[in-house]
Design a protein around this ligand. Structure first.
Ligand code: ATP
Ligand code: MG
Length: 305
């Protein structure tokens, strides 16, 4: 079946539209150093995630077509591609919401394919959702506390009788969640219900909640959606800080090319379910297949009309 591209969000062309931000903070491909001389990422790190030959079909649509790549521990890897390329489908496979028709997924050297979805956070993989998955009637703080709770070890009997150990565990969860409220500058809305808050604020709440589970691999699905220019710049700083200070490997799905090119050590590009390119941000920005996928035409080619 021939798939046509959804065009509603107009992401095509963003490679060209953000040249300033896209070029800012690029990794020097010769020295491997990022902004300020910091060694960017850990290119010699072992693979924390290995995706092999991943294939997912929905009826006649091949959402992922034999996709393979690795993510080295400690890196920020951008996963980009036009609408419908298969990015969220790949996240859904990693969170075990979808079962691939073919291929393997290994986290820290072990297959995660037999793990049920609810076990994935406990294994060390957290994610955010493109369209949010918060509890609307809980406050911002409570939503983040849910994330902390996922890695706490309370048992049912102790919880039911609110034994002292449970009360101190609750205090710890609240304190840990509040620390994330301050990191994400959510103090002003911490006691407000999630329902009705702006989309950009809720994206930050989701990010905080995913981090609350102390993951070793964090999957971010369009964290910049709904953010203004200043907020995207702050998000870029935050993503790097989190990687550096919390020892988290990050797989970043994002249409904001300036953000992807600024923070990523490597970039993997999907188009119509296939991996079409992989490399440093500088390599990806000049890759003819990537430019063709986004703009419909590569440099030197004539557009068909
Ligand atoms: N549950 C599903 N049932 C049927 N088709 C699906 C399902 N999930 C995804 N698809 C299809 O698979 C393809 C890949 O979708 P996916 O959501 O992974 O793309 P994406 O790269 O995340 O796109 P976007 O940038 O728009 O979020 C699309 O053609 C989509 O319509
Ligand atoms: Mg998506």
């Amino acid at each position: 079946m021939v798939r046509s591209r959804r065009t509603t969000s107009g992401h095509r062309g963003e490679l060209r539209e953000t040249p300033d931000s896209a070029c800012h903070g690029l990794v020097d491909t010769v020295t491997g150093e990022g902004p300020g001389g910091r060694r960017s990422g850990r290119e010699d790190g072992v693979a924390i995630l290995a995706v092999r030959d991943l294939t997912v079909r929905f009826g006649g649509i091949v959402a992922l077509d034999a996709v393979s790549f690795e993510v080295a521990a400690g890196q920020i890897v951008g996963l980009i591609g036009p609408n419908g390329a298969g990015k969220t489908t790949l996240f859904n496979c990693l969170s075990r919401l979808y079962t691939p028709e073919r291929g393997t997924l290994a986290f820290e050297g072990r297959s995660i394919q037999d793990a049920p979805p609810h076990r994935i956070p406990a294994l060390g993989i957290s994610r955010t959702f493109q369209n949010l998955a918060l509890f609307p009637s809980l406050t911002v703080l409570q939503n983040i506390m849910v994330g902390v709770h996922c890695q706490s070890r309370g048992d049912f009997v102790s919880s039911a009788f609110r034994l002292p150990a449970v009360r101190s565990e609750e205090a710890r969860i609240r304190a840990e969640a509040w620390a994330l409220v301050t990191v994400f500058e959510l103090e002003g809305v911490a006691d407000q219900r999630a329902a009705g808050l702006p989309f950009g604020t809720l994206k930050r709440v989701e990010f905080a909640r995913a981090l609350a589970g102390r993951p070793r691999l964090l999957l971010l699905d369009e964290p910049a959606a709904g953010l203004n220019h200043e907020e995207v710049a702050a998000l870029a700083r935050l993503i790097r800080e989190i990687r550096d200070e919390r020892d988290v490997t990050i797989l970043l799905v994002e249409h904001h090319m300036g953000l992807v090119m600024e923070v990523s050590d490597r970039v993997v590009v999907l188009d119509f379910g296939r991996k079409i390119a992989e490399g440093s941000p500088a390599e990806i920005q000049q890759h003819p297949d990537v430019i063709r996928a986004y703009l419909g035409v590569a440099p030197g080619e004539t557009a068909l009309r």
